[in-house]
Design a protein around this ligand. Structure first.
Ligand code: SAM
Length: 213
């Protein structure tokens, strides 16, 4: 999907330092200071416009959340949601998933959410998928022992390649749904993409997996 360029996004983000994390590296090992508590930290990688992460932060005030997104032009919409909701347990940051070890100490993150990640269907682009082993090793490096990733997508090919990549990595799968919206699963919070694709009749796939360390 093409995203409109918003040249004002950076200055809008600079206007809300209470919600936007700048220089995330400086908080490595000290995220509890940013939130002012020792609650567990869950991150979403590829947050997009922020519907999921704001819904999660609202539903779980005893968990700290960070929405991480490469693209300022979409994350600025998540910032608007956060300004409206005034959630003290949610921060947002512009960062590349490949660089997360610079921002978090091993064990600092308790869970990673991946929602409707770009599918990169061509084999030659497989390394760009956020469930490729190179990204799994980044998540393993920042998660606590037996930390989990929770992943949803409408894309069957991406789901199948993710199942393979996750099991080849030695992770333990604890939840798999091939049709989330027609399965028993409590507390689902929809993302923007989930709303769009499920309303057109697409099936939603979901898994949970833990590192075996
Ligand atoms: N999660 C949202 C949803 O379900 O509505 C957005 C899904 S969109 C298809 C994927 C998002 O992941 C895009 O906004 C993209 O910029 C972001 N993304 C892709 N690669 C990324 C990376 N390496 N690090 C951080 N975000 C990334």
């Amino acid at each position: 999907m093409r995203v409109r360029n918003k040249p004002w996004a950076e200055s809008r983000m600079n206007d809300f330092p209470q919600y936007m994390i700048q220089q995330a590296e400086s908080h490595k090992g000290k995220w509890h200071e940013v939130f002012g508590n020792n609650n567990p930290l869950y991150i979403e990688v590829g947050t997009g416009k922020g519907r999921f992460i704001t819904g999660m932060a609202k539903a779980h005030p005893d968990v700290n959340f960070i929405g991480i997104e490469l693209n300022r032009n979409v994350l600025v919409t998540a910032l608007d949601l956060l300004i409206e909701e005034e959630l003290p347990n949610l921060k947002l940051m512009v960062e590349n998933a490949a660089e997360l070890q610079k921002c978090f100490e091993k064990g600092e993150v308790s869970r990673v959410y991946l929602n409707f990640s770009d599918p990169w269907p061509k084999t030659r682009h497989a390394k760009r998928r956020l469930t490729h082993s190179s990204f799994l090793s980044v998540y393993e490096d920042i998660l606590l022992e037996k930390g989990e990733i929770h992943f949803k997508t409408d894309n069957q090919g991406l789901f199948e390649s993710s199942l393979l990549s996750i099991s080849q990595y030695g992770m333990l799968l604890s939840f798999i749904s091939l049709d989330l919206h027609n399965s028993y699963y409590d507390g689902n919070i929809m993302t923007e993409y989930e709303e769009k694709f499920s309303s057109k009749g697409s099936r939603i796939y979901r898994l949970e997996a833990a590192f075996n360390n």
